[in-house]
Write a protein that binds this ligand. Structure first.
Ligand code: UDX
Ligand code: UDX
Length: 458
């Protein structure tokens, strides 16, 4: 079969994998290949057990794999045969040198640009999927065109707005697809090629185009705004606990104002995920670079409140458990950074587990999808940690349960049975406000929600 277009994606991660699977699913006329330098990851994409858990992903990969969707480690050969190349390699926060802890580490992205230049034998459209500091598209263009070998490279910015756990739905029915390009005739021609690809299933009025820097900046700002809502509500949760108000009642009343809206107002132990912290710190770094101290401080406050919320959670546990956690068994219900994913990057549970270990507690972790990642995250932490799939077995003999992830299963458990098997007095810290607190209190638990008065038997 001959294909209308050959599309490549470099980086088979949480973003590259699902995005390409969706393009292949919606566009059988295109051949879509995903490459990665990690052969293990590619082997998993080609197996029955995909490297990431995402509802609906298995079905679309199985429907298209081997037909017009391919996973491969042959990066160089594939660069040669594809005219549209998405770059979706990871850009973690830098851990060394200038901007450590804030700026994005662009080494993988830089190497990828050089590799494309080395292998390309015909004109290419390069699509940035990775979240990058503003103006990196320009840097990409410079790396690509520094040797005048007669090949044209057009660089587009096409930031990803999918959220984990709902990635397939977000890809299938996005609020918007954003495409940034230079506004030269060549830039616009390249942009239109990408518009055509998405137009196979996304209504045209939801495909938004802009200049390349607006597009890059919009991704950082969208995530900063979302995270800011969570830090705002979390800051008020601290006040509610002192003032005997109820954060859910406050959030409901505030969110009913249509100008505010009701989403992303759930108070929690803190936000996690690979993007929020990293993107805000990128924004802060950018503002500092341009000497905008007040703006930088403002957005940095969103991250500071998140750190405060996580630490507050630990201090509340410590205080409730009579100021010592040493040798007490604490069970974490959930380790993923949110429900419906096995991803634990920046999960508040990583922080909470590490702090509990510092306090010399014995930690038991249960999670329906994230135990493998939890083991990796805590591999370097010396302490008494165990991983138990069954929440009933996990909580047995524990003094406290701390809900870290809003998995539905946790609200459907038999808490009378759990209570009977726990050490007394028994405590529940609901870091997601998903449980029936009054009912738990009646069973005998001492209950500590977020942003609501605690219910204790003392
Ligand atoms: C993506 C984006 O890249 C990131 O910038 C954004 O903010 C979040 O989403 P994600 O897909 O979650 O990252 O990253 P990850 O799951 O780590 O996947 C990146 C993949 O790129 C890895 O499989 C890695 O092996 C691969 N990679 C990395 C390459 O193929 N080549 C490299 O040079 C570096
Ligand atoms: C986010 C953005 O939503 C997405 O558009 C972007 O492309 C990538 O970053 P993701 O990190 O997958 O997606 O998850 P998201 O649903 O945004 O949740 C982030 C964190 O905030 C999670 O830890 C979640 O539990 C927490 N959260 C979310 C709250 O604590 N309260 C809320 O009301 C909503």
């Amino acid at each position: 079969m001959t294909f209308e277009k050959h599309i490549l994606c470099i980086g088979a991660g949480y973003v590259g994998g699902p995005t390409m699977a969706m393009i292949a699913f919606k566009c059988p006329q295109y051949k879509v290949t995903v490459v990665d330098i990690n052969p293990e990851r590619i082997a998993q994409w080609n197996s029955d057990t995909l490297p990431i858990y995402e509802p609906g992903l298995d079905e679309i990969v199985k429907a298209r794999r081997g037909k017009n969707l391919f996973f491969s480690t042959e990066v160089e050969q594939r660069i040669q045969e594809c005219e549209v190349i998405f770059v979706s390699v990871n850009t973690p926060t830098k851990t060394f040198g200038a901007g450590a802890g804030m700026a994005a580490d662009l080494q993988y992205w830089d190497k990828t640009a050089r590799q494309i230049r080395k292998c390309a034998q015909s004109n290419k459209i390069i699509v940035e999927k990775s979240t990058l500091p503003v103006k990196t598209a320009q840097a990409m263009k410079r790396i690509l065109t520094c040797e005048d070998n007669g090949i044209r490279f057009d660089v587009l910015s096409n930031p990803e707005f999918l959220a984990e756990g709902t990635a397939i739905r977000d890809l299938e029915d996005p609020d918007r697809v954003l495409i940034g390009s230079t506004l030269t005739p060549n830039g616009i021609r390249a942009r239109d090629v990408l518009v055509e690809i998405y137009a196979n299933w996304v209504p045209r009025d939801r495909i938004v185009t802009s200049n390349i820097w607006s597009s890059e900046l919009s991704k950082l700002v969208a995530n900063a705004f979302l995270a800011q809502r969570i830090s705002s509500i979390n800051s008020i949760s601290a006040l509610c606990e002192k003032a005997d108000a109820d954060i859910e009642e406050v959030a409901r009343a505030v969110g009913m104002d249509r100008r505010v809206g009701n989403r992303f107002l759930n108070a929690s132990v803190g936000f996690g995920g690979s993007c929020f912290r990293k993107d805000i710190l990128n924004l802060v770094y950018l503002c500092r670079y341009y000497d905008l101290k007040e703006v930088a401080d403002y957005w940095e406050g969103v991250v500071r409140i998140n750190d405060y919320q996580k630490e507050r959670f630990i201090l509340k546990m410590l205080d409730a458990l009579f100021n010592t956690l040493a040798d007490k068994k604490v069970c974490l219900f959930g380790f993923a950074f949110k429900a419906d994913t096995g991803d634990t990057r920046e999960s508040p549970a990583v922080f909470v587990a590490s702090r509990l270990i510092e306090e010399r507690a014995t930690v038991v972790i249960t999670d329906p999808k994230a135990l493998k990642n939890a083991m990796k995250d805590l591999a370097g932490v010396a302490g008494d940690v165990s991983y138990v799939e069954d929440p009933y077995a996990a909580s047995e003999g524990c003094s406290a349960i701390a809900v870290m992830t809003e998995w539905r299963i946790f609200s459907t458990l038999d808490y009378e049975r759990i209570y009977r098997a726990m050490a007394k007095p028994a405590f529940i810290f609901d870091g997601r406000n998903i449980l029936d607190h009054q009912r738990l209190f009646e069973i005998g638990f001492n209950v500590f929600p977020i942003g609501k008065p605690s219910l204790t038997h003392f």
